[in-house]
Design a protein around this ligand. Structure first.
Ligand code: AHG
Ligand code: MN
Ligand code: MN
Length: 277
């Protein structure tokens, strides 16, 4: 695990440099989900692949930008599923974007997650590392990630980060979102899940949701490398998650590498509201 964290630190610094000075135009290709790729999506994927390939304990990697699993060392333990650049459609407007890593031991199964890491490329370079606890690190002037604090969610927050095409929301979802606003919650949503979930986590609570809609019947966000790593982090931070049906997003079975799901992450109070109305 330590080796993986060190590799992600190097990856974060490299991608951060790329974001500052790289070409942010589109490539001519699209990925498995059908998203048009930026040159930055492809280069970030290469940076991560090259770093992770050097580790002897990595069995395989799965990337948003790769069609299928890439085997590395068949006898090794860890499978890393990652989103190289999350929120990449926002790099043109200079919003904070991120990278997400799910660390699975043995098999690609939600209950095999042993850790998750995400990086936020904002005005500062920050990294949240979760194994048993959830810890915030920040890059200092000497290019070292320094521990800042442990992160914990309160039982209830004030932020409502709400995604998905609103005209396609179900009546029950619409009513739940409205009930939170009626209770005084404030809208916060940038369109990069790393930044939006980072805000909810650092402000101590609230709700992030991306429901099923007719244009995205299984939601938009990808299970293996977006949803499960954050579900792991939120639950370890004392929060809760659901897909609207199951008690936890960690109950989802991964059947396809690019599978999507509706998803809700938050503190306990808001997730209870999602489940019970
Ligand atoms: P990516 O840039 O990796 O494709 O992910 C974008 C995702 C996620 O970050 C965000 O929460 C969601 O797409 C935003 O979608 P909408 O624009 O539909 O709100
Ligand atoms: Mn993403
Ligand atoms: Mn991405």
């Amino acid at each position: 695990m330590k080796e993986i964290i060190k590799a992600v630190e190097k990856i974060a610094i490299e991608i951060s440099e790329l974001l500052k000075y790289g070409d942010f135009s589109y490539a001519k290709s699209s990925n498995s989900t059908g998203d048009t790729q930026l040159k930055l999506d492809i280069l970030s994927d290469e940076i991560i692949e090259n770093r992770l390939k050097k580790l002897s304990n990595i069995k395989a990697i799965i990337s948003e930008e790769k069609e299928s699993i890439l085997e590395i060392n068949s006898n090794a333990d860890y499978i890393i599923a990652y989103d190289p650049l999350d929120g990449s459609s926002l790099v043109d407007v200079n919003f904070a974007v991120g990278s997400i890593f799910g660390i699975y031991k043995g098999s690609l199964d939600a209950r095999s997650l042993v850790g998750a890491i995400y990086v936020v490329y904002g005005p500062r370079l920050e990294m949240v590392v979760c194994d048993d606890s959830v810890r915030l690190f920040r890059l200092n002037r000497d290019n070292e990630f320094k521990f800042i604090k442990n992160l914990e969610l309160k039982d209830r927050g004030k932020i409502n980060a709400t995604g998905g095409t609103q005209k396609g929301w179900s009546d029950s979802h619409r009513a739940m979102i409205k009930s939170l606003f009626d209770d005084g919650y404030r809208l916060r949503y940038s369109g990069a899940m790393v930044s939006d979930l980072h805000q909810v986590l650092l402000k101590g609570g609230g709700l992030f949701s991306y429901p099923a809609t007719p244009d995205a019947p299984n939601g938009k966000l990808r299970v293996a490398f977006e949803v499960l790593p954050f579900a792991y982090i939120y639950e370890k931070a004392g929060g809760a998650t659901t897909d609207g049906v199951n008690d936890s997003l960690l109950d989802i079975k991964i059947e396809k590498t690019h599978q999507t799901t509706p998803c809700y992450f938050g503190s306990k109070f808001e997730i209870d509201r999602v489940k019970n109305g």
